[in-house]
Design a protein around this ligand. Structure first.
Ligand code: SF4
Length: 486
């Protein structure tokens, strides 16, 4: 598949489309005597969240204002095709817009993201949801203003889905970041791995690494702008640079980012166990600004299942990496992804997964019941596991894993830990929430004797020292001892 580098000329066309759309939306706002609004529904992973921040950036440049109200003037659905229920959620939500669009004829509805790489989904939208204005795939995000303009000019559904992999300079795009303190920074796009259960290589194309200097320049700007946390993103960050000739690799990039002053937390996601080198773990241990948390998806503990998943590592290799991390960064944490009930998984295979989980003592895990994704190899495998068996195994795994998470949380009680404050917790107005350097979720209170006058909103992005007082099944509780930044 060809990889096209988006040129300055292309971006000039995008700028032109942005200015024409700005005129269009300004006229609409004058007519309605209120600012026009946008709402983005984002499904799936952090890469989708990052894409949505770019869509929001473009829309805000056109004069639209974000709203939580899903009856906005412009609504985007940024879809995910990893899990089956994501499809159900999209089509369930989309149905409501038929009548909404009758009430507001100028409402614009766009659907993008990984699901729009599957022809069946596009056909379904064309047939059952004809009020949708625009469909495009994740590869064409940078062209969104041009595509939106096309749909408005023609007043017809514009479908822009192509088998071309683009790489565009992210620094040239507008980003409306969701959090004041956190910046999502994609370092590469796509994936070359073709795990047999996964649609990503088809929806996001082959691996394209961003230019090393371009990323570093973006990181320096983000540090200057005051971002405390950055998350380097890619489907497989550890293979960064392979497509650029291999001179600069992920450890080089991670180290160069860690040397930039200003960040409290540098995070990265996702690591593939076959590509994660010992050097990355060494660098994590060496630099204080890199979080001491590793997300390392094992998917299964059975060699035969791993083989059929096309994962290219063995149980032994995975365990070696996990043990090395524990040895070099004893205060760190490991999270993982596990799929239960992959086609052909025997009881013995599943027992291997349980024993791997117990041996690694994962601090948290995203556990999934296998579901067929159309277009993947595994969907064609004949030995699909009956749902009742999958559910029974899943519940057994959950019981063990939940106990491990609780135990990991209990181990923190009595410690005083540095927490990056994320704002008010969802539970009560006087409880704040944040994360430790090893990514544990901490809910905490501020004792009145500290005389802190800042609101929870103002404290977003501050570092605080929190004494952990209690463990909960999925989080810990604590009391703030002091703010570090004052
Ligand atoms: S590494 Fe495998 S699971 Fe991850 S995005 Fe690539 S194909 Fe999908």
């Amino acid at each position: 598949m060809p990889i096209i580098k988006v040129t300055e000329e292309d971006f000039k066309k995008v700028d032109l489309a942005v200015s024409r759309l700005t005129e269009y939306f300004n006229a609409g706002a004058m007519e309605l005597r209120r600012p026009l609004t946008y709402h983005i529904k984002t499904y799936g992973c952090q890469l989708n969240e990052s894409d949505s921040e770019k869509i929001a950036g473009y829309l805000e440049e056109m004069g639209l204002v974000e709203t939580d109200d899903d009856k906005a003037d412009v609504v985007f659905f940024n879809t995910c095709s990893i899990r089956e229920n994501a499809d159900d959620r999209l089509f369930g939500n989309l149905g409501v817009y038929k009548s909404l669009k009758k009430q507001n004829r100028k409402m614009i509805i766009a659907v993008c993201g990984c699901m729009m790489k599957v022809q069946k989904n596009i056909d379904k939208i064309k047939k059952s949801y004809p009020f949708v204005d625009l469909i495009f795939d994740p590869q064409q995000l940078h062209l969104m203003p041009i595509l939106l303009l096309k749909s408005l000019d023609t007043r017809k559904l514009a479908v822009e889905v192509e088998d071309i992999d683009y790489i565009a300079d992210d620094n040239r795009m507008h980003v409306a970041r969701k959090r004041r303190f956190r910046a999502l920074v994609p370092i590469m796009y796509g994936c070359n791995n073709f795990c047999t259960y996964c649609i990503v290589p088809f929806s996001r194309g082959r691996e394209r690494s961003r230019d090393f200097d371009e990323i570093i320049s973006q990181m320096k700007s983000l540090a200057k702008e005051g971002y405390k946390e950055v998350m380097l993103l890619g489907q497989n960050v550890n293979s960064y640079g392979k497509d650029l000739g291999g001179d600069k690799t992920f450890p080089d990039l991670l180290e160069a980012c860690a040397k930039i002053e200003g960040f409290s937390r540098i995070r990265f996601m996702t690591s593939h166990p076959k590509d994660l080198s010992d050097k990355v773990i060494d660098i994590m241990a060496r630099y204080d600004s890199i979080e001491t948390h590793l997300h390392l998806p094992c998917q299964s503990g059975s060699d035969s299942v791993l083989k059929r998943m096309n994962r290219h590592y063995t149980r032994e290799q995975f365990l070696r990496t996990a043990h090395l991390f524990r040895e070099k960064i004893p205060e760190g944490s490991i999270s993982t992804d596990i799929i239960v009930g992959f086609p052909g998984e025997t009881e013995e295979d599943f027992e291997d997964t349980l024993s791997l989980v117990k041996e690694c003592r994962f601090d948290s895990a995203f556990t999934f019941q296998y579901s067929k994704r159309p277009g993947t190899k595994a969907a064609e495998f004949e030995d699909q596991i009956p749902q009742e068996v999958v559910t029974e195994r899943f519940n057994r795994l959950l019981e063990i894993q939940n106990a491990l998470v609780f135990e990991s949380n209990k181990n923190l009680v009595g410690k005083t830990m540095e927490v990056l404050i994320e704002g008010q917790s969802g539970t009560a107005a006087d409880i704040l929430t944040g994360r430790t350097k090893c990514n544990h979720l901490v809910n905490f209170t501020i004792p009145s004797e500290l005389n802190i006058t800042k609101t929870s909103d103002e404290l977003e992005g501050y570092l605080g020292m929190v004494r952990i007082t209690a463990a909960k099944p999925y989080s810990v509780e604590g009391i703030l001892e002091c703010l570090k930044d004052e």
